[in-house]
Design a protein around this ligand. Structure first.
Ligand code: G3H
Ligand code: 13P
Ligand code: ZN
Length: 311
């Protein structure tokens, strides 16, 4: 039982034709729900922390909660920085015990992205930490940054070999039509992913682990519970599960999921409070929230990632 980097898990995932779930964590109930599901499913696991999560819960609380979850479950876990914006935040997470970081230089020019990514790789690799880079730009909302559909761009497969060779990254996030948040497609729009881009990237980088961000399916049963209990999320649409399963059988070794967890928790809390208007002990509704996290994560591991039983 230890905090591990992603090298071994990606190698096994690539060879085994499955993906590992990278779930965003922000508090104790989320960490407990995810790790209980991973333990029961015997699944490899990445827990990831955004800048927003560090601001909300504080770095040390999150690291210590993840360590506590390892003690409770006996799992090896990769603790990963999600969307590191610059060298400083990556360094702070590496120095503070993370075993994997993402440097997201996707908003910069190709040359600047290579430069900043290379700098992080040098610092990280000297300390046994793995690094994820990104090429191409996803639409949607992360933290306070909202990338419009017009400003998003698919990954250009012609750039991937140069990027990987010059930076030395261990995995690469690509943009093939997924996006962050709960509103990924307009109502009536047919969800589509550019599998042709993924295939071309795979052809150019044989054996190299690819990452998909923005990969929540926005499970409709939870949207309905939210909407039936005072919420307003009409038109929330995500990536169809069968597309993600297809990607996980290809070169995609890491699939990022946050919105589905948020949605399941919110549905559980809303329903609990509507069903029990007299309850005011947070442990009552947070128990339902934690169970909802566990249920949604177990579902992903079995039916979307294919990583159940792969420990
Ligand atoms: O990709 C972004 C993740 O969903 C994290 O979201 O920055 O609001 O914590 P956050
Ligand atoms: P979702 O918003 O689709 O859950 O994506 C999360 C993500 O990509 C975190 O980096
Ligand atoms: Zn992301």
């Amino acid at each position: 039982m230890a905090l591990v980097n992603t090298t071994e898990m990606f190698k096994k995932a690539y060879e085994g034709g499955y993906a590992i779930g990278a779930f965003n964590v922000n508090n104790m109930e989320i960490i407990q729900g995810i790790t209980e599901a991973a333990m029961e499913q015997k699944a490899p696991l990445i827990l990831q922390v955004s800048a927003g999560a560090r601001k909300y819960a504080k770095h040390n609380y999150l690291v210590k909660l993840v360590e506590a979850a390892m003690m409770e479950t006996g799992l090896d876990i990769a603790l990963h920085l999600d969307h590191g914006e610059n060298f400083e935040i990556c360094k702070s997470c590496i120095d503070g015990g993370f075993t994997s970081v993402m440097i997201d230089g996707s908003k910069h020019s190709f040359e600047d992205n290579i430069k900043i990514t290379r700098e992080v790789v040098e610092y990280a690799h000297a300390r046994g930490v793995t690094v994820e880079g990104e090429l191409g730009r996803l639409a949607g909302i992360e933290d306070d940054v909202n990338v419009s559909a017009e400003d998003s761009s698919y990954t250009d497969p012609a750039q991937v070999e140069e990027f990987v060779t010059k930076t030395g990254v261990d995995s690469l996030a690509i943009a093939i039509g997924t996006s962050h948040g709960a509103f990924k497609f307009k109502p009536g729009q047919k969800p589509q992913l550019r599998f042709d881009i993924l295939e071309e990237v795979e052809r150019r980088l044989p054996g190299f682990p690819i990452v998909l961000h923005g990969a929540s399916s926005v499970m409709q049963e939870y949207v309905e519970i939210v909407n039936a209990n005072g919420g307003k999320m009409p038109g929330a649409i995500g990536i169809p599960e069968e597309m993600l399963l297809q990607a996980s059988k290809m070169a995609v070794c890491k699939i990022n999921i946050d919105s589905d967890i948020r949605l399941a928790m919110t549905a559980a809390v809303r329903k609990h409070l509507v069903d029990h208007p007299d309850h005011f002990d947070p442990r009552q509704y947070l128990t339902d929230a934690r169970n909802a996290v566990k249920e949604v994560v177990a579902h992903k591991m079995q039916y979307v990632l294919g990583c159940s039983g792969k420990l």
